[in-house]
Design a binder for this molecule. Structure first.
Ligand SMILES: *Cc1c(COP(=O)(O)O)cnc(C)c1O
Length: 406
């Protein structure tokens, strides 16, 4: 196929990164092979030197990884232009998990003595990496409220050894958003590299490279896979030399590679990204409106509601407000547990981005062991319900929630 024919996002979701299989299999087969053969010693040499394209060993690369990497890179670059005026070129490296990709990102770009400027609301695993692992290597996170641009710039000035600005927007699980355009511009002025966790938005809703980001990160476990069938992560960069050099070296030596089966599942999942996100977001808006007018609910946190404090930032940088939300039950802990137990269709599980609606009650599940006072500092109150709105028929989702709220 001639890829120049691709002008629409969904066409890129479906076709980008695909290469005709030599055996004429429609889909790229699962290349379950640890190593790859060469015809001659000379060919082996050329491949090791990177002078001939070809695979060597699956920790280093595999056709299934390549297809997913090219596809996600094409989506993050979709419609964007690079500094040279040509279509933006990106390079992605697929990993075994989001956390493995983050490890490569930080260890490939930072060294002892460097600091990371970041927002106070981040995915729990990322925060723990900042608090429990990186300090031991001499890398420290400086936490600021990035809603305040002046405070952010002051923090950069106060820390001359700040090397990276790390952003996550919308953030997991609080749904806080920070302004990509303003913050990346501040970071660039002060020569900081910028990395953005785009997991909640996906490239369909938000493209951080449009604002000048250096790296984009995804936990592909969520919306990119879309079906909850595999854990995975990716880092994507626009400095191709850096990605193919230092970042690839770091990745290969840390060994957090994906595997052919998970990469295959991811590739199939991404093909429906646009239609899934449209449906997810449409359903989420309906659910938010339903919950907002329900007498048992005291508060709904959804980026599509003007009552959300980051409504304006989300509207500015995202195509739709996504499909994650949380809401507060008036009845507290007991009401939260009862609500979960009464659900008949929605799935009781943590994680997000799957076809089915996932509902969790942090106070009795993920944050059960956290003291109440600490929990509440993070906004996790007794009656808080967290929801990843799925793609089921909207009437059924609302009916299930309605009967569980009785
Ligand atoms: C899930 C998640 C991660 C971590 O990814 P894993 O695939 O679970 O390793 C990082 N950031 C965000 C926003 C996430 O939701």
């Amino acid at each position: 196929m001639d890829h120049k024919i691709i002008t629409g996002f969904s066409s890129a979701c479906i076709h980008a990164g695909h290469k005709q299989d030599p055996m004429y299999s429609h889909l790229t087969p699962i290349y379950a092979s640890s190593t790859f053969v060469y015809d001659t010693a000379e060919q082996g040499m050329l491949r090791f030197e990177g002078k001939e394209e070809g695979y060597i060993y699956s920790r280093w690369g595999n056709p299934n990884f390549t297809e997913a990497e090219l596809k996600i890179s094409a989506l993050e670059a979709f419609g964007l232009t690079g500094d040279n005026g040509k279509p933006l070129e990106l390079k992605g490296i697929l990993h075994a998990s989001g956390m493995a990709a983050l490890t490569t990102l930080f260890l490939g770009t930072l060294k002892a003595g460097d600091k990371i400027i970041t927002h106070f609301s981040l995915y729990g695993g990322t925060e723990e990496l900042f608090q429990k692992i990186l300090p031991g290597l001499g890398i420290e996170a400086v936490i600021v409220d990035m809603h305040n641009l002046k405070e952010t710039e002051d923090a950069i000035k106060a820390h001359p050894d700040a090397k990276m600005m790390y952003l996550e927007t919308p953030a997991n699980p609080t749904l806080q958003c920070v302004d990509l355009e303003e913050l990346i511009s501040i970071a660039r002025e002060h020569k900081l590299i910028t990395a953005v966790d785009n997991t909640f938005a996906t490239p369909y809703l938000q493209q951080p490279f449009a604002f000048g980001a250096d790296f984009v990160f995804h936990s592909t476990t969520k919306y990119l896979n879309g079906h909850g069938t595999a854990i995975g992560g990716i880092i994507i960069g626009k400095d191709i030399q850096l990605m193919e050099g230092k970042m690839m070296k770091t990745h290969r030596l840390l060994g957090g590679n994906s595997n052919p089966f998970d990469a295959y599942l991811l590739t199939q999942g991404i093909k429906t990204l646009e239609v899934r996100m449209e449906r997810h977001c449409h359903n989420a808006m309906e659910v938010a409106n339903f919950l907002e007018s329900h007498p048992a609910v005291s508060k709904v946190n959804y980026l599509g509601l003007s009552s959300h404090p980051d409504f304006a930032i989300a509207s500015k940088q995202m195509k739709h407000p996504g499909a994650m939300m949380s809401f507060e039950l008036k009845g507290g802990l007991e009401a939260g547990k009862q609500f979960i137990n009464r659900l008949k269709m929605c799935t009781k599980a943590v994680s997000l981005g799957t076809c089915d609606t996932l509902v969790s009650h942090p106070a009795s599940m993920t944050h059960y062991g956290v003291p109440k006072a600490t929990r509440e500092q993070y906004g996790i109150t007794d009656g808080l319900i967290r929801m990843s709105v799925g793609m089921e028929s909207i009437t059924d989702i609302i009916n299930d929630l309605d009967q569980a709220l009785q």
